[in-house]
Design a protein around this ligand. Structure first.
Ligand code: DNO
Length: 389
């Protein structure tokens, strides 16, 4: 597979010359300064592409071309937003960029409660604490009926948290769940936004009455509209699985498991409608056998994210090292090296290691942590390629 790296543009603390030295071949990026829903103009795409190329790298994948909320919930302006999306795809096609990752998750792009969960060895990683998330929904958002979504043990822990969480803890939790993990991926709420909780609740309200079937229909509608431009410019669309792959905030989820993946691939059965195989996101669902899914969907996979997690009995999950955990990356890499070896692959997330601390990297996107993981993955890839030769 092609070794790619997610880079957040010239403001990223990690510079392109650092990436060439560690064997990165392609860049995964987006025009992060363009507000969600606006057209990506051809000259802006070309300028960005040339900047990447001037460092001896290529712009391999767009992650993400964000899908506006109104397209997801089916708002009045969805057709004009889809028109803008089509225009952006056409411009990407003209510039020769053919792989586009997106997601169809309502409101939240991804969810974690702890951004610096401490490990015994002194490193830290991202973590999802189910009880803390429940506390956030029930006592911070005050979402009606949220307590009905949780079992008694979790509700018991929520009560304990209610007695121990300080105002500062609450603000940290808000920051982790709806600000720090969102703004940098072109999500809805950015650092410095006022009243994030109110803003977030307003966004959730847009989905009242939208169930799983309706969200699926809206995804189908979107895909059907964009397929012609994808065919014309040979663009591979690849949806990212929901992260985590289980229900949150009373919102529907439609890319969480085998049944969901079968559904959207069959609903629009076109080779340009594909999957981003995110081993990490899929691994955080007990229902998923990750290498088995890789085998089944290898031919419809257009882009691979290598990451792993471990799930605890209480429903929490932690981001594991890349060679451990439920992601079973050695087996996943074997599948893709055999079935679809030209795919772009990026190491997803990494722990915060030694000098990574306080560098201001985006959550999950450390330098040393990801570099270590890339070295490990490269070793596995080389071993498997050697076996297959
Ligand atoms: C988080 C990422 C997501 C992902 C988008 C794709 O680290 O996996 O932000 O890029 O959901 O659209």
């Amino acid at each position: 597979m092609e070794k790619t790296w997610r880079w957040f543009g010239q403001k990223d603390k990690i510079k392109l010359n650092m990436l060439r030295q560690i064997g990165v071949e392609g860049i995964v990026s987006a025009l992060h300064d363009i507000p969600n829903g606006q057209v990506w103009q051809l000259d802006a795409i070309q300028e960005y592409k040339q900047y990447i190329e001037s460092h001896g790298l290529r712009w391999s994948v767009v992650e993400s071309l964000p899908v506006s909320e109104a397209i997801k919930y089916g708002g009045e302006d969805r057709d004009s937003l889809i028109e803008n999306y089509i225009q952006s795809l056409e411009n990407l096609g003209k510039a020769g960029i053919n792989t586009v990752c997106y997601n169809f998750m309502p409101v939240l792009d991804w969810a974690r409660t702890d951004l610096f969960y401490q490990w015994e060895d002194g490193a830290s990683s991202l973590y999802f604490d189910k009880a803390k998330f429940a506390y956030f929904e029930i006592h911070i958002l005050k979402r009606e009926g949220a307590e009905n979504d949780y079992k008694a043990e979790i509700l018991q822990k929520v009560e304990e948290l209610k007695n121990t969480m300080t105002e500062e803890d609450n603000n940290d939790l808000i920051d982790s769940i709806i600000v720090k993990t969102q703004g940098f991926v072109n999500g809805n709420i950015k650092e410095g936004d006022l009243n994030p909780v109110e803003k977030f609740n307003n966004l959730l309200a847009l989905y009242h009455g939208i169930d799983k079937n309706q969200l699926r229909e809206n995804m189908k509608y979107f895909l059907e509209k964009i397929m012609p431009v994808c065919e014309q410019w040979n663009i591979q669309m690849c949806v990212h699985p929901d992260d985590p792959p289980f229900a949150l905030l009373g919102l529907p989820r439609i890319v969480t498991n085998e049944e969901d993946i079968d559904w959207f691939l069959n609903a629009v059965d076109n080779p340009h409608n594909g999957l981003t195989f995110c081993a990490g996101s899929l691994s955080a669902g007990l229902q998923n056998d990750v290498p088995k899914l890789a085998q089944k969907y290898a031919s419809r996979t257009k882009f691979v994210h290598l990451r792993s997690t471990n799930i605890f009995e209480n429903g929490d999950f932690i981001e594991a090292t890349h060679l451990s955990g439920r992601g079973k990356l050695i087996d996943v890499i074997r599948v893709f090296e055999k079935e679809n070896p030209s795919l772009p692959m990026r190491v997803d997330h990494g722990r915060l290691l030694t000098d990574d601390v306080d560098k201001g990297y985006h959550p999950g996107y450390s330098f040393l942590g990801r570099m270590l993981a890339l070295g490990q993955i490269e070793g596995v890839m080389a071993t498997i390629q050697n076996e297959l030769a």
